[in-house]
Write a protein that binds this ligand. Structure first.
Ligand code: FAD
Length: 323
């Protein structure tokens, strides 16, 4: 068995789509061993089985859940050894990347972050795994190989279409890792649920509509357009710094990295720090009243115009076509 460990994106009650995307990739390169960390982790088993996990390892020991990510990295390191894993796939979220970095130190392996695909090197060496990245606003595709240890690959959400599998026979194993004192150095003292907006989570939404300084503080057209498309709302740092939208919605270098199928930038100039958070989006559309705005250098489709006119017209058109 060529076990590929998949760290499941699980929020304590729901398995997120990113986990099914990783399982889809893992099936292409080996036997997916899904590792679910969270309360009542066994409840995730059916969903994971339906996406091809052959082994489901549940970790819901209080000692792991009460601490930050260090125990998760220790658990994964022990599971790599137990299953002789050939690779580890992790969501390319901020916590996923931290787990990956800590795991890499523990098992002396290389990490690739922000991958959009993983495949075997069928031409030269099929045992070798290649992580594919899209860089410089999608202008280049790079192929990355880990040269030391087993590859730990962080995969961006929405990079792969999740494919359900015929229900597999999966073994469910409860695992209690042995934790070092260091892993328990930082403890979680309180948790508060984020206020629900009714919109998809920014980091994993398939469609994101973002507003910038060009909104002049009025995000209503941006929100209405996002709602018409069933998308999440993002914001540039200029809009966040002005207090027009919460920091949780900021897209960019110092905000969230998104990689949706469709990214709409409205009233955003396209500064490098903003691009850093959305440049791997599949299709980029911009609405900007300045035809010279740098964002137009990277778009698939651009509209030169006032967002206060263009977005409501597009929203109306979508509503009309839906009825
Ligand atoms: P502007 O650059 O002011 O652009 C506004 C755009 O709106 C213009 O192109 C204008 O033509 C257009 N416009 C105006 N009115 C209208 C209208 N009515 N209709 C249509 N278009 C209109 N930025 C981020 O976004 N995310 C980050 O994470 C981030 N991190 C940073 C980290 C560092 C260390 C630094 C130094 C900067 C960072 N920035 C970040 C800031 C970044 O450099 C830009 O200042 C910011 O992205 C600009 O936001 P903006 O495009 O909304 O505003």
């Amino acid at each position: 068995m060529s076990a590929v460990l998949v760290l499941v994106d699980y929020d304590g009650s729901t398995v997120r789509k990113a986990a099914f995307e990783l399982l889809t990739l893992a099936r292409r390169i080996g036997d997916p061993v899904a590792v679910v960390v969270g309360p009542d982790a066994a409840s995730a088993a059916d969903a994971l089985r339906g996406h091809g996990a052959t082994t489901i390892v549940t970790v819901d020991d209080a000692a792991v859940l009460d601490h930050l990510v260090a125990p998760v990295a220790e658990a994964l390191a022990q599971l790599v050894a137990r299953y002789s894993a050939v690779a580890v796939l992790v969501p390319s979220s901020s916590s996923g990347k931290e787990v990956a970095g800590r795991l890499a130190i523990k098992i002396s392996s290389g990490v690739v972050t922000d991958a959009v695909d993983v495949e075997r090197d069928e031409t030269e060496n099929p045992a070798q795994l290649v992580a594919i990245k899209s860089v410089f606003a999608g202008s280049f595709t790079t192929r990355c190989v880990v040269s030391h240890g087993i590859p730990i690959i962080c995969v961006k959400p929405n990079s792969v279409a999740p494919e359900p599998a015929a229900d597999t026979e999966a073994t469910v194993v409860a695992f209690v890792p042995e934790l070092s004192d260091l892993a328990r150095a930082a403890r979680i003292t309180a948790r508060a649920p984020r206020q629900a907006s009714g919109r998809p989570d920014l980091g994993e939404a398939a469609i994101v509509v973002s507003g910038g300084r060009g909104t002049n503080g009025d995000f209503a057209p941006v929100e209405s357009f996002a709602d018409a498309l069933g998308g999440a709302v993002g914001a540039s740092r200029a809009a966040v710094d002005a207090g027009w939208y919460p920091h949780a919605n900021q897209v960019g270098q110092t905000g969230t990295t998104v990689s949706p199928q469709l990214y709409v930038a409205a009233g955003i100039s396209g500064a490098i720090q903003h691009r850093a958070g959305m440049q791997t989006s599949k299709t980029v559309v911009a609405v900007n009243k300045d035809a010279e705005a740098p964002i137009f250098e990277m778009v698939d489709f651009g509209v030169v115009g006032d967002l206060a006119t263009v977005l409501p017209a597009a929203t109306d058109e979508i509503a009309k076509r839906r009825t």
